[in-house]
Design a protein around this ligand. Structure first.
Ligand code: SAM
Length: 331
């Protein structure tokens, strides 16, 4: 099973995600003959084979759910070797780098390959990811995981220090992504690696001092449209209100109000004439009204969203820039 495609049933060799709860997920590789031990007891891998993804699996002391591996599921369940980039930032990166099937992307460092999996799925099946990591074991583990997740045709892992040795690529990439402690040291080489007709670059940094250095270097090298964004989670409290409809045709001089009639208005109204009431408000005054009018609020309910005051967590800043056609500037 590939992390780039979907499948209905579980096969031997698939990397599946065992779901215990929203915050507790564990990836395992399905291997006939193996047992898996969980806090709900154990189950046989063989019991998974042929089952539909999403099935509940009986363990000796409870049940778990087996989910399909995908870049998003991998990001929240992968074994951490480093800090990783999470889906809220990944979505901004993918959109701002204008990535699509067929894009050629350069990335460094690979780290735990959280972002790499998402990049591969976005550029699949005709694009390619070149990912650079100077920590030997991390680069080897990433290569092994890409193979296990059946995406290795779309990615090449390089063991290399990009700050001292550069990317060693020329006029190749549509986009470059940097998640490095000193990204400004890799920008000159990134510029060489971007396609002749230009491209996009993004650098992730946890602190603003790194952002400043990176931005200055981007400007020095002729990148334009340099900007930094921070993607923060904002929790909203959603409430449902039944608001009265405003009846534009109503004669407000004859409005019955909230039951307390206006003496002056009533002087002008024929006592025998039925007093109109706006549709929604009518319900408030006459709860026993069982007419077919949609006055119960179920169809016209209004939702409001109010931010809850909690401290938003900081992950980092994303600095983006554009390199125009290389013929346009000679910096
Ligand atoms: N973006 C990755 C992810 O989502 O899983 C995490 C990247 S991690 C924070 C940074 C990685 O950059 C580390 O694995 C580190 O070894 C690597 N690195 C740092 N300096 C490097 C350099 N000069 N060349 C190549 N890799 C480097």
């Amino acid at each position: 099973m590939s992390f780039c495609k979907t499948n209905d049933t579980i096969k031997e060799g698939d990397t599946v995600i065992i779901y215990f709860s929203f915050n507790q997920l564990q990836p395992i590789k399905v291997k006939r003959g193996s047992n898996h031990h969980t806090k709900y007891g154990s189950f046989k891998h063989a019991d998974l084979i042929g089952k539909k993804y999403g099935s509940r699996i009986q363990c000796t002391q409870g049940t778990v759910i087996v989910l399909q591996g995908s870049p998003e599921m991998w990001t929240i369940s992968l074994p951490h070797r480093t800090q990783i980039i999470y889906t809220p930032n990944i979505s901004v990166i993918t959109m701002q780098l204008d990535l699509k099937p067929g894009s050629i992307v350069i990335e460094s460092g690979t780290g735990s390959a959280s972002l790499s999996h998402a990049l591969i799925r976005t550029i699949f099946p005709t694009g390619h990811l070149h990912t650079f990591e100077f920590h030997l074991q991390r680069s080897e583990t990433a290569r092994k995981e890409f193979k296990e997740h059946d995406v290795s045709d779309y990615v090449t892992v390089y063991h290399r220090d990009v700050c001292s040795d550069g990317f060693g690529k020329e006029d190749l990439a549509d986009a470059v992504f940097l998640d490095l402690p000193s990204p400004w040291k890799a920008i000159e080489s990134a510029k060489t690696a971007i396609k002749r007709e230009g491209g996009r670059i993004c650098s992730f940094s946890p602190c603003i001092e790194q952002v400043q250095k990176t931005s200055l270097e981007l400007a020095r090298l002729g990148f334009v449209n340099i900007f930094t964004v921070e993607s923060l989670r904002r929790v909203l409290s959603i409430k449902k209100y039944d608001l009265p409809d405003f009846d534009f045709n109503m004669d407000w001089l004859k409005y019955k109000g909230n039951g307390q009639e206006n003496e002056n208005q009533n002087d002008q109204i024929d006592k025998n004439e039925e007093k109109p009431v706006p549709k929604k408000i009518k319900k408030n005054f006459n709860e026993s009204d069982d007419s077919d009018d949609e006055v119960d609020g179920s169809t016209d309910a209004t939702y409001t969203a109010k931010p809850i005051n909690i401290q938003p967590g900081h992950t980092g800043f994303l600095t983006f820039a554009t390199l125009l056609h290389k013929d346009f500037h000679k910096v």
